[in-house]
Design a protein around this ligand. Structure first.
Ligand code: G6P
Ligand code: MN
Length: 444
C-alpha cells in the first residue's frame, strides 16, 4: 500500500483480517509504504493493535519508506497517496475560492491543481511498478482518480503491460447500494447501469429480475428522498433528469448553491481534516492507538452532514447511512476487486479503466467509470450503450480537461495547464484560470 501512513489504511487492514476465505487467495503480507516515517509508525501502531485483538490468520505487516523495496514481489500494489498532504489540499481549495469559483479536492480548478501536483509522482510510481513488479496489478485510489489512472495506464501500456492499472472509487458503489435499499431490494440482486467518468457519472437503470426499477424509485418521493443523493438533488430534479447522478454532480447542477455553502462554511473540508488528522498523528499512543482512530471514524460520521459542501444541510441535513461508511466503501471495493482477480471469482464492479469502445463517443484509451466484469484475466468494461447528449457532452469536456492536465504535468506546459483550468465548466472565465494558475505558481 503506497500512502501506507494514510488514514484509511486501518479500514483496509480490518477488512483483510475479516477475510476468512481459503488460504490460497488470502493476503499473506501487507507492506506499507509512505514517504513519511512518522505517519507510517502511527498507522503501523494502529494495525498492530488491531492484530493483537484478532484471532485467526492475519497478514504480516511491514513498513518501509523505500518504494522499490515496497513494490518488489507484490501481487497487488494499492496506491492511495496524497501528494502535498492535506496542506496541499487546502491550497487547492483556497486558491480557486479566492477567485470566486469552487475550490474542492477533485472537482473544478482544485482538481486540476491537485492533478498537476500528483501526476508526476503517479507516473513515476507506474514506471517503478513496470520495472520492479511487472506482474502486479496496480489498484489506484489516488485522486483525481480518473486522470491519475489514465496517466498510469499510458505508462504501463507503453511498457507492454496494458490493462494492469485499475482505478477505484467508493462513490458509485455507494450510490448503487443506497438506491437499491431505497427500493427495498438487496443490493446484490440488482444489475446497475452506471456510466461516466470518475466523480462524474449517472445511474441510469436498476434492473431487478429483468425489470428496470428506476422509474418506480423516481415516482416514489418518500423512497427517493430516503437516501443521500435523493435528498441532495431533490425529487423534482431527479425526475426531470431521469437518472440518479453521482453526488459530485451536485457541484455542476447546483453550482451557485454549492459554492455559496462552501464559502459560508468557514473551514474547508481540507482545513477540517488537517486539524483533525494532525491531532491524531501527534497524539496516537501505543497503549490504545486504535482508540484515536475510532474517534476519527466517529467524527467522520458526524461530519458527513457537512461534507460535500454544506449543501447537504440545505437538503435535509441527514447523515449518511452508517453502513455505507462502516466498511462499506473504500475497503469493500478494493477487497472485492483483489479477491475477484486473486481467486478468479467472477464479479461485476464499477471501476475506472480504459473504455475500449464501451462508451460510444469516447476513444479507446479514455479511462471511464463503468460496470466491469472482473476475474483472474483482469477487468473487462461492459458496453454501456448510447449515452444521453448532456451526459456525453460533460464527459467529453471533462476528458479534455483531464488530458490537458496530463499534458501539462508531463511537459510542464503552461498552455496546457491554462487550457485545463479554463476549459473546466466550473471555471467561469479565462482570466480567472490565468490568475489561479499564477497564484498556484510556476509552470513553464
Ligand atoms: C469519497 C470519494 C473520494 C474522496 C473522499 C473524500 O470517498 O470517493 O474520492 O477522496 O470521498 O473524503 P474526505 O473524508 O477526505 O473528504
Ligand atoms: Mn472517489
Amino acid at each position: 500500500m503506497l500512502g501506507g501512513g494514510g488514514f484509511r489504511v486501518p479500514l483496509v487492514h480490518r477488512a483483510l483480517l475479516k477475510d476468512t476465505g481459503d488460504a490460497a487467495g488470502r493476503c499473506t503480507e501487507l507492506v506499507l509504504h509512505d514517504t513519511d516515517r512518522a505517519r507510517l509508525d502511527a498507522i503501523g501502531a494502529v494495525l498492530a493493535h488491531q492484530r493483537d485483538r484478532h484471532t485467526g490468520p492475519a497478514p504480516a505487516v511491514r513498513t518501509t519508506t523505500d518504494l522499490d523495496e515496497a513494490l518488489s514481489g507484490a501481487d497487488f500494489v494499492f496506491s492511495a497517496i496524497r501528494v502535498g498532504g492535506l496542506a496541499g489540499r487546502v491550497r487547492d481549495e483556497r486558491v480557486p475560492l479566492a477567485e470566486g469559483v469552487l475550490g474542492q479536492e477533485t472537482v473544478g480548478a482544485g482538481g486540476v491543481l491537485y492533478g498537476l501536483r500528483t501526476l508526476p509522482v503517479a507516473v513515476r510510481i507506474a514506471e517503478r511498478v513496470a520495472e520492479v513488479a511487472p506482474d502486479a496489478w496496480l489498484i489506484n485510489f489516488t485522486n483525481p482518480a480518473g486522470m491519475v489512472t489514465e496517466a498510469m495506464d499510458r505508462v504501463l501500456r507503453n511498457r507492454g503491460l496494458p490493462g494492469r492499472v485499475i482505478g477505484i472509487c467508493d462513490s458509485p458503489v455507494g450510490l448503487c447500494r443506497r438506491a437499491a435499499r431505497a427500493l427495498d431490494v438487496a443490493p446484490d440482486r440488482v444489475d446497475y447501469d452506471y456510466v461516466g467518468l470518475n466523480h462524474l457519472g449517472w445511474l441510469r437503470r436498476l434492473t431487478v429480475d429483468g425489470t428496470d426499477r428506476l422509474p418506480d424509485l423516481l415516482a416514489d418521493t418518500a423512497a427517493l428522498t430516503s437516501f443521500e443523493e435523493g435528498r441532495l438533488f431533490g425529487a423534482d430534479w431527479l425526475r426531470a433528469l431521469g437518472a440518479l447522478p453521482n453526488e459530485y454532480l451536485h457541484y455542476y447542477y447546483f453550482t451557485r448553491e454549492a459554492l455559496a455553502s462552501v464559502r459560508s462554511a468557514g473551514a474547508t473540508r481540507g482545513e477540517f481534516l488537517l486539524d483533525q488528522q494532525s491531532r491524531f498523528y501527534e497524539t496516537a499512543r501505543p497503549n490504545d492507538p486504535e482508540q484515536a482512530h475510532r474517534e476519527w471514524e466517529r467524527t467522520r460520521l458526524e461530519r458527513e452532514e457537512t461534507y460535500m459542501a454544506e449543501s447537504r444541510a440545505a437538503s435535509g441535513g441527514r447523515q449518511r447511512d452508517s453502513c455505507d461508511l462502516d466498511g462499506g466503501g473504500y475497503d469493500r471495493v478494493a477487497l472485492a476487486l483483489m479477491r475477484a482477480i486473486a481467486r478468479d471469482e467472477r464479479t461485476t464492479l464499477v471501476l475506472n479503466v480504459p473504455g475500449r469502445g464501451a462508451v460510444p463517443g469516447l476513444d479507446d484509451d479514455a479511462v471511464v467509470e463503468v460496470p466491469c466484469r472482473v476475474d483472474a484475466s483482469g477487468v473487462h468494461p461492459a458496453a454501456t450503450g448510447s449515452v444521453a447528449p448532456d451526459q456525453l457532452g460533460l464527459m467529453l469536456t471533462l476528458k479534455a480537461v483531464e488530458r490537458s492536465t496530463i499534458e501539462a504535468a508531463r511537459n510542464g506546459s503552461r498552455r496546457a495547464a491554462l487550457r485545463a483550468l479554463a476549459l473546466h465548466p466550473l471555471v467561469d472565465s479565462v482570466r480567472v484560470a490565468e490568475r489561479i494558475l499564477e497564484a498556484a505558481g510556476g509552470l513553464r
